[in-house]
Design a protein around this ligand. Structure first.
Ligand code: 6GU
Length: 247
């Protein structure tokens, strides 16, 4: 997968050299480039923002640098190396919720382009114009406000990269995890069996794989019911077995 990020703070993305994302890059599973929006300005102050039409507090990102950045990174005349047009992702508290389902959808794309807004956001015409030739998705991490899209891109890229083939050593770990089946994950334990007066549940040391699976399923259900009643309400009845319903 190819990923381009445009931001006025390219330094935010230093952590993408580290850990499993860094390794995915070294292995060529992820081809990532970070671009400074100010490289597409032409005035001495490298201006990217201006006051909002209609008034109000804060500043809005001007359309011209964004237009040039998107022209450069998603050209109409595609380069001869067979690149397809990227999907444009715009982090915004006004976007659609970022979910594991969207992470899977993005992991299936060949090229993502992230446009990081700051201040009160990017002039709407940038997105409207881009949408005439690209798939554009505004995406939100949740119901709170960040200074800008940079941290959101780190979150989204981490969720997407770990779904790319070859990135996770043990693909089985994608299976049980929270959100994979619409439930939160059961609690996990490792050695020692007793620690500071707290014991590992006996069932997990019983060696009875049927009982262990049933216990984990019950814990996942009760945890989800307590913490995320919205997720229980959204479960399709077919995925509940008879013993789930009894519990
Ligand atoms: Cl994706 N961006 C910004 N700026 N604020 C947010 C957000 C994104 N998600 C929640 N708050």
């Amino acid at each position: 997968m190819r990923v381009d990020i445009v931001s006025i703070f390219p330094e935010y993305f230093a952590p993408l050299d580290l850990s499993l994302i860094g390794r995915a890059r070294e292995q060529g599973l992820l081809r990532l480039a970070v671009h400074d929006l100010r490289d597409w300005t032409h005035d001495v102050h490298r201006t990217v923002d201006d006051t909002p039409y209609g008034g109000g507090p804060g500043m809005v990102m001007r359309p011209e640098p964004w237009g040039e950045a998107l022209d450069a990174l998603a050209p109409d005349e595609l380069a001869p190396d067979g690149l397809t047009l990227p999907r444009l992702l715009v982090p915004s508290p006004a976007g659609a919720p970022f979910t594991q389902a969207l992470a899977h959808e993005l992991a299936a794309e060949s090229h993502l382009l992230f446009a990081c807004g700051r201040y009160e956001g990017i002039d709407q015409r940038v997105l409207d114009h881009a949408a005439t030739r690209l798939k554009v998705t505004e995406v939100s991490l949740g119901d709170y406000v960040l200074f800008g899209g940079e941290v959101a891109v780190l979150v989204i890229l981490e969720a997407v990269t770990r779904l790319l083939p070859g990135v996770l050593g043990n693909a089985g770990s994608l299976d049980d995890e929270s959100h994979a089946h619409g439930l939160l994950e059961a609690p996990m334990y490792t050695k020692p069996a007793s620690w500071r007066g707290h014991e590992v549940p006996d069932v997990l040391r019983s060696g009875d794989h049927g009982r262990i699976a049933r216990w984990r399923r019950d814990e996942a259900l009760t945890r989800t019911a307590r913490r995320r009643p919205d997720m229980i309400a959204a479960l399709s009845p077919e995925i509940l077995d008879k013993r789930d319903v009894a519990a």
